[in-house]
Design a protein around this ligand. Sequence first.
Ligand code: HBI
Ligand code: FE
Length: 296
Amino acid sequence: MEKLSSSPIRNRYAAARRNADWTIDQDWPSYSPEEHDRWDRLFARQAKLLPGRACEAFLAAQAKLELSRAGVPDFADLSKRLSALTGWSVVAVAGLIPDEAFFEHLANRRFPAGAFIRPEAEFDYLEEPDVFHDVFGHVPLLADPVYARFLQAYGEGGRRALGLGQLHNLARLYWYTVEFGLMRTPEGLRIFGAGILSSPAETVFSLEDSSPNRVLFDLERVMRTKYIISDFQQTYFVIESFETLLRDCDLDFGPLYELLCAAPDIEAHELAPQDRILTRGDFAYFRAKGFAPRAA
Ligand code: HBI
Ligand code: FE
């Protein structure tokens, strides 16, 4: 993910005047009817797919926050409802911001959300986080008290990791939970990662395709595992609950970072000896695209 934080900002907010903390004015009145309509179409498509696939906390939070088809949300308005629940607010940014600023916001319960909405040509996939990825995908779970605490703790950890030069390990934790995490529930696997929740194809692929591995979450294992930025994940990690995720991460990362320095990275497709495997992928989707995992 760090690779992306230096990508040039190429949307209508690129020249927006920004504050020292990288926030900008969302300028909600400036959204065109086409942009509101695009939000509605993106929303409607996921609203059809997510019941029975997104975790209950996500669906409940969407209702609590009154996130619906009524066009791009006004962050000030949304933040009033969100902060009343968990003290989080949504602040506008033009695109990816430097790691330091990003973690500072999270540590203070401010979620930096892209204000731009993807162009029609990138309706199905874009690399930078736009308002649909950030507000539709990430924001609802900030209304869940335990998840809200986890993300704030991630921000606090990010500031420390930056100081220790360990960001790449911590970024993997974010990637395999906040962005692409799954949860095991009595009704079956459910999605909580924003990267999946905002993507119709990966919503289905992550739960139903035979290609990827699905492995129970283990903090050290996740922090050793490389990830893919521009395709579906080859391994999904599965938590039991936000409570167990928060408890598993509630430790001094110092000794863990030392251990990680000596431990080899694990490839995105590999299974490790200590893995508690839920499904062993057959990689059919990836092989069809020319991926040939070396025999382990
Ligand atoms: N900036 N706006 C924004 N959104 C992100 O998700 C983001 C970022 N900057 C850095 C970053 N993510 C990652 O490098 C960290 O999660 C590691
Ligand atoms: Fe994201």
